[in-house]
Design a binder for this molecule. Sequence first.
Ligand SMILES: [Cu+2]
Length: 309
Amino acid sequence: LLGHQSALNPHGPAAREIADLAWLLFAGGSVIFVFVIATVAMALYGPPRLRAWLGGTRVIVAGGIAFPIVVLTALLLRAFVPEGFAQAAQPAVQVEVVAEQWWWRVHYVDAAGDQDFATANEIRIPVGATVEIALRSADVIHSFWVPSLAGKIDMFPGRVNTLRLSADRPGVFRGQCAEYCGGPHARMALLVIALPEESFEAWRAQQRTPAVAPATGERMRGQALFAARGCGVCHAIRGTAANGVRGPDLTHVGGRLSLGAGTLANGAGPLALWVAAGQQLKPGNLMPSYDFLPDDDRRALAAYLEGLQ
Ligand SMILES: [Cu+2]
């Protein structure tokens, strides 16, 4: 799936601080490396007077003790410089993310601090706004890392960590669970999608609404199958009887970019494929494959879900 995913390709202030520090360390390390190699070469092959000088106590004390102390102390002090961005004023958008084996449950929080609406595996944010993300885990330790936007932070059961990030241009930024959490951990990606302010507001308003009613015959059949096959035991579709909480909220699943936490790009075909062969695509995930359903039924289910924009 597309999207920027590189700590050296930052698109926000939190990531830029890290990239700058990385380049500083890399450049400084390179200079010192070249210097050390040159000194070793001199000590081995240089003229006798230079070799004698290099072997003297003064050079060893200066280069071997004083220099590292000065450089490491300077780096330590640099690390204490507060990150301007993280201390900025009130966040404009607040999101809660719960890592679960092996996907991301996402809740938007409203101005009153209450849960606003739920989605999964993607976080949409307005460009330029400070976004505060409360990170939790429902089971084992996971780690939240969207390298182009912010640093990596672990998610522990029974504890809330917060992370602030901001994107300075519209785009799709890929993230990945960065702490091995068992089974299909490698298929636990997420997307942060930065939108212009108006598009974000429109998206948020639309996410708050219940699911649209199916309009075509096939989609209506899909909705009936969704109920008949018990999908609602694990999935909620707001505005219908489906209110399960084990799996992702599917109220607006048709509008998401990916399925199965970045396993497939979304669409009618991939939806049918996911229902049929989720266990082949993402082995060990907690949804059974419905490979026993007739093709027709899977297509109807997919058509229904695709319509949930
Ligand atoms: Cu993981």
